[in-house]
Design a protein around this ligand. Structure first.
Ligand code: ZN
Length: 95
């Protein structure tokens, strides 16, 4: 059977199974090695308020948040894009 991707869209290798995690947007259960992880700093203060406080010299801490997205949500949220047929075969990872 022809494969769409070399890794079949996962980062599993020869490992038999991997645990399941929930997508942070839709709640679907996905294999841990298939979800698309996005790590970014998130400020707990509203942007307008943060700007005003920073002008007065306040330090605003940011939390680093990692989110797991299923493939469907990652594409609709534009985290990853649909690639051309040749590009799919080249790179193993989705991100
Ligand atoms: Zn999802």
């Amino acid at each position: 059977m022809p494969k769409k991707r070399k890794s079949r869209g996962r980062n599993k290798g020869a490992k038999g199974q991997s645990g399941r995690v929930q997508c942070d947007l839709c709640g679907a259960w996905c294999p841990r090695d298939k979800v698309i992880k996005v790590t970014k700093p998130v400020s707990l203060v509203e942007p307008q308020l943060a700007r005003d406080l920073q002008k007065q010299g306040a330090l605003i801490m940011r939390r680093i948040v990692t989110k797991n997205y299923c493939v469907k949500c990652a594409i609709s949220k534009r985290v990853v894009k649909v690639r051309a047929k040749d590009d799919r075969r080249k790179a193993d990872s989705l991100s």
